[in-house]
Design a protein around this ligand. Structure first.
Ligand code: SF4
Length: 307
């Protein structure tokens, strides 16, 4: 989704110009997926603060400069006490609003709230074709105006579910994203979940299964990138949207050019004036042009990118 907007954007790749921002109102989640960045220790959960007021000024400045989309993420954003205020703020902005949720908390009341708050789209987690996914999708499709996008975090434990997941989304005409989980090699659950554990035959089978999806969703480049990466072939995207087109506002108010580059922190909404934060972002984001820090942990950011 992000990539499609970017690919039609005339901004030069050598420029830092923000068109989307991830806003994380909380890093808490109830799902505790073992392979999650927060569970494996790749990322640290932070204490959430209320940054809605300073966010207003930041968004106004970014909107003037071409911001197109706010992606509300987490953790599970529906757990954030500040979510109603955040949505009320965002409802006043002429901007595309996307909410990423695990999905289990999306009851009819929440769906109504999201509609009232003018959230444009929702993406929910789809790890397997279980009863929970069926019920969640049914609720969303028949009790709201949303057509949810499914997000499958591909891992060694659920590759067998891919045909069923594809059948599920195709049958309902639902957009579907597949992104590999990143499990650090030192994590106790690495062998259980990392796609590195698939043998050649399993890879061949997975790619063959995903090819129709990739062709239908302009994801052929991405699927090839994923396959080559895990088959230890040379892969480098040459461009990364993070830090040049996108930024992250973490639950504690900290602002980063990328989820994975906390070493490039640009300031905190509660402490620093936005002008200073943005100057830092633009300066530090230049270090990310050309994606010098690309690795397995970044693959999910490239879903949908065409080259
Ligand atoms: S290449 Fe990876 S670590 Fe570097 S900015 Fe992009 S997503 Fe972040």
């Amino acid at each position: 989704m992000i990539a499609r907007q970017l690919s039609s954007n005339p901004i030069r790749k050598s420029q830092v110009a923000f068109v989307f921002v991830f806003v994380l109102p909380t890093t808490r989640c109830l799902a505790h997926c073992e392979f999650c960045f927060y569970e494996t220790g790749h990322s640290e959960r932070v204490e959430a603060v209320d940054f809605v007021e300073p966010l207003d000024g930041a968004l106004e400045a970014l909107l003037d400069q071409g911001l197109q989309q706010v992606i509300i993420s987490g953790g599970e954003p529906l757990l954030a006490p500040t979510l109603p205020d955040l949505l009320a703020l965002l409802a006043d902005k002429m901007i595309h609003l996307l909410l990423l949720s695990h999905g289990e908390l999306l009851d009819e009341q929440r769906l109504e709230q999201l509609e009232e708050a003018t959230v444009d789209d929702i993406t929910i987690s789809a790890l397997d074709v279980g009863q929970q996914l069926r019920e969640t999708v049914h609720r969303i499709m028949f009790h709201s105006r949303y057509t949810p996008t499914l997000l499958t975090c591909l891992n060694r434990a659920n590759v067998g579910q891919v045909p069923g997941l594809l059948e599920f989304s195709t049958h309902r005409n639902l957009p579907h994203l597949f992104t590999p989980v990143h499990v650090p090699r030192e994590a106790a659950c690495h062998d259980k979940y990392s796609l590195r554990g698939l043998d050649d035959g399993e890879w061949e089978q997975l790619v063959r299964t995903l090819e129709p999806w990739a062709a239908a969703s302009d994801s052929a480049f991405y699927l090839g990138m994923m396959r080559d990466f895990y088959r230890d072939m040379p892969v480098h995207p040459g461009f990364c949207p993070m830090g040049t087109r996108g930024l992250v506002i973490d639950a504690d108010g900290s602002v980063y050019p990328c989820f994975h580059r906390h070493d490039l922190g640009a300031g905190n909404l509660l402490v620093d004036p936005w002008e200073q934060i943005q100057a830092n972002l633009e300066h530090k984001g230049k270090a990310l042009i050309g994606a010098p820090c690309f690795g397995e942990h970044c693959l999910s950011m490239f879903a949908g990118i065409q080259q």
